[in-house]
Design a protein around this ligand. Structure first.
Ligand SMILES: *Cc1c(COP(=O)(O)O)cnc(C)c1O
Length: 351
């Protein structure tokens, strides 16, 4: 059976990225595995680089990680009330912003005879998860009353939803909030969890205050990139993985569509207006398997025209070598195309 499409992973490059980041950042790094569905070989690569804690957003991944690894596990997505039991059983620490969910987690922790650690998330500008700064003291003091919960600290997430870029001022705000809470309540918040890959810029520019002692890093380890800043991180490897696809059709075709058009399979109105006859290739991968428009061809002279669920259409008129049906074309991935690639059961993994 064909094993295309497939993602080929360069494990030493992943390991090197993790090592490099451990050198650059003095605090602790949570190795984030959600982008690769907690792929075991990638987890091993992170571990061998010295990463001691793992984070994932899905209980299913954490449950699996718990069965295979001894590392401390962090649940990154603020939990659903309905998964409180699994949170306690399959993660050691979770990020939280809702008191009613914390109450459920506390009940389950008590029921399972376990202590569960929590980090309270505060929204300092990305407008995704987190309590507003003004409500932080209240939720921390309410949480403190709950049994079997240990409040480890506070944290924030930036970049992922709105693209908000973290600043030194944002990080100082987090420190101020910690000081304020510690003054108002008798509590020791030992962890200040500052953010994700997007925060590395602050580390590089010496603008991350030393009090920020934890970062949760996925993309930089996995791809050596920061999508929010639209950059390759120059001291990391970008050759950590590539997507290999097979050409299933190769023909010279007009780019103009014949006849009237409606919406495509994804409810969009693509504007495919004419540039005349072009050499076009179709590769056997689609939007069910990756985010085709964000793929980057490894070789010059290939342009991605678009994709439907199972087909990706390329303009190869400017490709310098001969192509044939059955040839393999390789692409580098960005975060979204990697995420979907690992999630699709139709994409194979090779090391
Ligand atoms: C995904 C995620 C991260 C990791 O983000 P990267 O950009 O991949 O480094 C960190 N924290 C939270 C809460 C996340 O959801």
């Amino acid at each position: 059976m064909s094993d295309y499409p497939k993602i080929k992973i360069n494990l030493p490059a992943v390991k090197e990225n993790a090592e490099e980041l451990m050198k650059k950042f003095n605090g602790e790094i949570i190795g984030v595995t959600k982008g690769v569905c907690a792929n075991p070989r990638i987890v091993e690569a992170m571990k061998s680089a010295g990463i001691k804690k793992l984070g994932d957003s899905r209980i299913k991944n954490l449950k699996w990680l718990k069965s295979k690894f001894d590392e401390e596990l962090m649940l990154l997505r603020i939990p659903m009330k309905s998964e409180a039991e699994e949170v306690v059983r399959f993660s050691d620490v979770s990020l939280n912003s809702e008191i009613s969910v914390l109450e459920r987690i506390s009940e389950e922790a008590e029921r399972w005879g376990k202590n569960h650690s929590v980090i309270i998330m505060v929204d300092i500008g990305d407008r995704r998860e987190g309590v507003l700064p003004g409500n932080l003291t209240d939720i921390v003091s309410e949480t403190k009353k709950l049994s079997n919960l240990i409040i480890k600290g506070i944290g924030t997430n930036l970049g992922c939803f709105s693209g908000k870029l973290p600043t030194k001022k944002d990080m100082k705000r987090l420190i101020e909030l910690k000081d304020q809470i510690e003054n108002q309540i008798r509590i020791d918040l030992s962890v200040l969890s500052g953010g994700s890959t997007v925060n590395l810029k602050l580390v590089e520019e010496n603008n991350l205050p030393k009090e920020i002692n934890q970062l949760r890093i996925g993309e930089a380890i996995l791809l050596g990139k920061s999508v929010t800043q639209n950059r390759n991180i120059d001291y990391l490897n970008q050759n950590t993985m590539e997507l290999k696809t097979e050409i299933i059709e190769l023909k010279k075709k007009h780019s103009e569509v014949l006849g009237k058009t409606g919406q495509n399979a994804f409810g969009e109105n693509p504007n495919l207006n004419g540039e005349g006859k072009k050499e076009r290739a179709i590769v056997g991968i689609g939007r069910q398997d990756t985010n085709p428009k964000n793929l980057e061809p490894k070789k010059n002279g290939i342009q991605i025209l678009g994709a439907s669920s199972d087909h990706t259409i390329l303009d190869v008129s400017n490709f310098e070598d001969d192509l044939d049906v059955g040839d393999i074309l390789s692409f580098s991935l960005d975060y979204s195309s990697m995420l979907r690639g690992f999630t699709s059961q139709y994409v194979n993994i090779e090391y």
